[in-house]
Unconditional design. Structure first.
Length: 218
């Protein structure tokens, strides 16, 4: 049963004898909920303690978001960056709460995001690199405008990124996503970037690959 922390969430305890298990936090996409990514939690390495969080903003008639997306009259997209920054900091607080409330390793925290959840994963990891070890960034992109002002002065060398995108993604174009590796490399962050012949989703081969990546970076 989820505790009353900063974000409503689901949990899957680790199957391990370790006192403190490595932690995975799943961050879903726009309009979805905590049950979406949690549906594949049983397929992830069972040495991880897995948490799937619900984004804080409610959408109508259903679903949740990390920040609002509006469309202008000429169909231009507008993202609410102030809400995104608020969600960035709520997630950072949530990580501290998880460490305080569950038997998890504060030095081994992994974020797995999809779409908008990936955008927030970048924001949290680059803004608060001391809190994160690994990031799996699925079908999203790096939005520099929602990072903390002094992110460039922080030490990011402990971070590892696995980034993947669909080459036929019509929701978030792949050329938005493939700008991230150079940005990360300039911050001395280890990263790998992969594209798969799919749209806005995760191909079976993609899932298998990042699952193995997680096993190697535990």
């Amino acid at each position: 049963m989820a505790k009353s922390l900063a974000l409503y969430h689901l949990t899957k305890p680790a199957k391990t004898s370790q006192e403190k298990a490595p932690l995975i936090i799943l961050l879903h996409g726009y309009g979805s909920n905590e049950e979406d990514l949690f549906s594949f939690a049983s397929e992830l390495p069972d040495t991880y303690f897995i948490v799937s969080a619900r984004a804080p903003y409610n959408l109508q008639p259903f679903g949740h978001s990390w920040y609002d997306i509006h469309f202008t009259a000429d169909n231009e997209k507008f993202s609410n960056d102030e809400q995104a920054k608020t969600s960035r900091d709520v997630i950072a607080t949530f990580i501290d709460e998880l460490i305080a409330n569950y038997p998890v390793d504060a030095n081994n925290v992994t974020l797995i995001g999809f779409s908008q959840g990936t955008i927030l994963s970048y924001a949290v990891a680059l803004s608060y690199p001391e809190k994160i070890k690994n990031v799996v960034a699925l079908s999203g992109y790096l939005n520099e405008t929602i990072l903390v002002d002094d992110y460039a002065s922080k030490n990011h060398e402990n971070l590892n990124f696995y980034i993947s995108h669909g080459s036929a993604d019509q929701v978030i174009p792949n050329f938005w996503a493939n700008k991230a590796p150079e940005f990360l490399t300039n911050l001395n962050i280890k990263n790998s970037y992969r594209e798969f012949p799919v749209g806005h989703g995760v191909a079976p081969q993609n899932f298998y690959e990042f699952k193995n990546w997680l096993a190697e970076h535990i």
